[in-house]
Design a protein around this ligand. Structure first.
Ligand SMILES: Cc1cc2nc3c(=O)[nH]c(=O)nc-3n(C[C@H](O)[C@H](O)[C@H](O)COP(=O)(O)OP(=O)(O)OC[C@H]3O[C@@H](n4cnc5c(N)ncnc54)[C@H](O)[C@@H]3O)c2cc1C
Length: 399
């Protein structure tokens, strides 16, 4: 069973968690994944999300190991769950305005909040709703919640406590180690009935009692969940262009919290003149994620130091000044960084470009094959996307 302990921010710890999980990634996962036995008990889920979120390990690595051990039918559920993450990332990449709309909604809801105490009570776990209060505290203490608890929590927040949905999504972003603009925002939207218009998720006492093995059976929950509404936001845009491999010639590699294993099976460290790693605190939403990415960035820098010819620098801030100095020290004019999907890192990189160009430097984002293969299929719903999974993974023949 996966260790319910803390998330050590190293690739070694990620690989150990994966190795512990792989044997139970088949039917045991499919049958047990909806049960949340509580933070101190071993659950059937992998708890790999902080590592996947920051690409300390990649989706491709996780799925390769699982498929090497289980046949595609037995591991179908787990593979699909990992692909939910990929799907949400691709979906948001083609609708970046949904993220901007979330940020605006969050600010508007915060400014217009009629009862700030109700929000403070919900975040502190003082509402009197059994289970909900425990999950609020668990989230704050551990930086993680089981998927089912996230669904119950979001549903109670929106439909029982009638709190503004974007402030709930913001609370998650500030607390989760795996806080992710796509998975978090779109899951909250899905519960609220905004993502699949009209379809909401209603948490019930019976479902909670069953899947927490009787730990919680809250009373007084909403019995109806009327979908929230918003103005229509239009069809998907084209996926932004991005190269799949670095340009020839020497470059400085820049690793950010969006991909902390750029040396793994993708960019040849021998081609890097030097490397810079940053866990700029502004790129994370809350303290838990900040602590994790700071540790994981140091770990990435240590790994790179043994493999890159030139120096490996830990950049305290992602700004043009620090990057220019690192590129100058390496004697290069090109900076290569893994593609940053919608969120604070993408915004920070976009802001850097004019300053770098003024110094004669070029910033090139390159996208992993995994993303380029799957994301174009995330234009519509997950069920349309799902049909492509076996073909794109090349596992159809073995089914
Ligand atoms: C309201 C809400 C908010 C969420 N916010 C986030 C978030 O900020 N970041 C995040 O990574 N996940 C988020 N999720 C998805 C999911 O809850 C977590 O990925 C999962 O609980 C992580 O635990 P695990 O690694 O043990 O999952 P496992 O069940 O072991 O799944 C393996 C991996 O698949 C991916 N995955 C599994 N389920 C989902 C899902 N429903 N959606 C997207 N990816 C999934 C994750 O990368 C996960 O690590 C949210 C879900 C809800 C309902």
């Amino acid at each position: 069973m996966p260790d319910p302990g803390k998330f050590a921010p190293t690739r070694e710890a990620a690989l150990e968690s994966l190795a512990r999980f792989v044997p139970v990634a088949g039917r045991a996962y499919a049958e047990g994944r909806n049960f949340d036995p509580g933070p101190e008990a071993g659950s059937a889920v992998s708890r790999l999300s902080p590592y996947l979120r920051h690409r300390v390990i990649t989706e491709a690595e996780v799925i390769d190991r699982v498929l090497a051990r289980h046949d595609p039918a037995a591991s179908e559920k787990f593979v699909q769950e990992v692909l939910w993450r990929t799907y949400w990332k691709g979906w948001l990449e083609m609708r970046p305005w949904v993220w901007l709309r979330f940020l605006e909604t969050r600010d508007r809801q915060r400014d217009g909040l009629a009862d700030p105490r109700a929000l403070a009570d919900a975040e502190a776990g003082r509402t009197g709703v059994e289970g909900f209060d425990d999950w609020a505290r668990e989230l704050t203490q551990k930086g993680y919640l089981h998927n089912h608890a996230r669904m119950w929590f979001a549903s109670i927040w929106i439909f029982t406590l009638r709190l503004p949905w974007a402030l709930g999504a913001d609370f998650f972003l500030r607390r989760l180690v795996d806080a992710d603009p796509a998975s978090n925002t779109l899951s909250w939207r899905w519960v609220a009935g905004l993502q699949t218009p009209g379809k909401t998720y209603l948490a019930t006492r019976e479902n909670i009692a069953r899947f927490t093995a009787g730990r919680f059976a809250p009373s007084g929950l909403a019995t109806e969940a009327h979908a929230l509404t918003e103005p229509p936001s239009g069809p998907a845009a084209d996926l932004p262009e991005a190269a799949g491999s670095p340009p020839t010639g020497p470059f400085l590699l820049l690793a950010t919290p969006e991909d902390l294993s750029p040396d793994q099976g993708w960019i040849d460290p021998a081609a890097m003149a030097a490397a810079a790693v940053t866990a700029d605190p502004r790129l994370s939403f809350g303290e838990a994620a900040r602590r994790f990415t700071a540790g994981a960035a140091t770990d990435a820098a240590d790994r790179l130091a043994g493999r890159v010819e030139g120096p490996v620098t830990n950049l305290p801030a992602l700004d043009a000044g620090h990057l220019t100095s690192a590129a100058r020290a390496a004697g290069v004019r090109t900076i290569v960084t893994p593609y940053a999907p919608v969120g604070p890192t993408a915004e920070a990189l976009a802001q850097l470009v004019p300053g770098l160009e003024a110094e004669g430097l070029r910033l090139v984002q390159i996208r992993r094959d995994w993303d380029s293969r799957f994301w174009p299929h995330a234009k519509a719903g997950f069920f349309a996307f799902r049909k492509h999974i076996p073909g794109l993974l090349g596992v159809e023949a073995r089914r």
